[in-house]
Design a protein around this ligand. Structure first.
Ligand code: FUB
Length: 343
């Protein structure tokens, strides 16, 4: 057998913490993050952010995330090769947007594929846009205006069994959710409300219109509460919502999942309605290499899969790579905690 490369072993390369990675990057030819995975026609499509090199220094508002386009990934079977699609949408093709094509999501309805994406408008305010196409890999054509009444970032669209779709969105720090706490945009570079003993800023949810291009109702809070029914507080950084909403349904349980941001966990809360409230249950992914992770969870070919990202390939926060690993549930409907490293 060929000798292992220095720093690597049969278990793969070692992370800076000296441990081995649980899983390997799905794609090495481009940098990708924030993987929103969907099964369309039996194949798995991943709608990730497309990270790009920049000299912008890291800051608390995520200024280093200077992405400007999207490319879609496709897998035909778990563990199989990953196809990297061409540019599916570029910021230059979005009339209202200026920069920061952050974490996207996608949906399918009646022969049309929908790409949902956040971007700064010409005033530097995050809005959420939609673009449509006939092919899950794109290209997508953007609507001329963002979704009316949209704000902040990280859209995730969930379609329930009755065919009704809902968008979950929002994120603090650079995601600007804190700028909207009065209901109107309040200018200023803030990270969160700094009200540790008050309810945390909650993710937002709105039902989508039948044509999937607008909100059918004003967005409302998707409340995350503790076991005693009280809202998770702003100072509870290990449990409070930060960004990266993702909803899935298993049986009759709605799982609202999200990132805790500055404490670097992926967390989940469960409820009996797509609107919540969602009762906090725990962390299901421990911190990865790099500042962010952002994920999706889908059932595919009889197993549940977690898609997430770390910075294995670059060791830079803003140049990430998407990964996948199997997700397991406990008998009481909990999600088993995943350690992104193994020994
Ligand atoms: O990729 C840019 C931002 O970083 C995303 O919108 C957040 O979820 C975080 O992953």
């Amino acid at each position: 057998a060929a000798p292992a490369k220095a720093g690597a072993s049969a278990a793969g390369p070692r992370a800076p913490n000296g441990r081995h990675y649980l899983s390997q990057p799905l794609v090495r030819s481009i940098y990708t993050a924030d993987p929103s995975a969907h099964v369309f026609g039996g194949k798995l499509y991943i709608y990730p952010s497309h990270d790009v090199p920049t000299n912008i220094p890291d800051d608390d508002l995520g200024s280093e995330y200077a992405m400007h386009d999207y490319r879609v990934l496709r897998m035909d079977r778990p563990g199989g090769p990953v196809t990297v699609g061409p540019v599916a949408l570029d910021v230059k093709q979005v009339p209202w947007a200026s920069e920061k094509m952050w974490a996207p999501d996608a949906a399918y309805k009646n022969g049309t594929y929908y790409l949902y994406f956040p971007a700064w408008d010409k005033q530097g305010i995050f809005r959420i846009g939609v673009a449509t196409g006939r092919n899950p890999m794109g290209p997508f054509k953007a609507e001329p205006q963002p979704i009316k009444g949209s704000f902040s970032m990280d859209p995730a669209v969930f379609t329930d069994r009755d065919g009704t779709s809902y968008m979950y969105f929002g994120g603090i720090w650079g995601g600007q959710l804190e700028n909207w706490h009065t209901g109107k945009y309040v200018k200023g570079s803030i990270t969160d409300l700094k009200q540790d003993d008050q309810p945390a800023l909650m993710p937002k949810v709105a039902k989508m219109s039948a044509d999937m291009k607008q909100f059918a109702e004003p967005p409302r809070d998707a409340r995350i509460i503790d076991a005693s029914g009280k809202p998770i507080l702003g100072g509870d950084h290990a449990r409070r919502f930060f960004e990266a909403s993702w909803m899935f349904r298993k049986g009759d349980t709605y799982y609202f999942t999200y990132s805790t941001g500055d404490t670097h966990f992926l967390a989940y809360a469960t409820g009996t309605s797509p609107y919540g409230p969602f009762t906090y249950r725990g962390h299901f992914l421990l911190p990865v290499q790099g500042w962010t992770t952002h994920h999706s969870i889908v059932e595919w070919q009889g197993k549940w899969w977690l898609f997430y990202a770390d910075s294995q390939l670059s060791n830079k926060n803003h140049l990430r790579n998407v990964k996948m690993t199997e997700l397991h549930f406990t008998a009481d409907g909990g999600i088993q905690t995943i350690d992104p490293f193994k020994d």
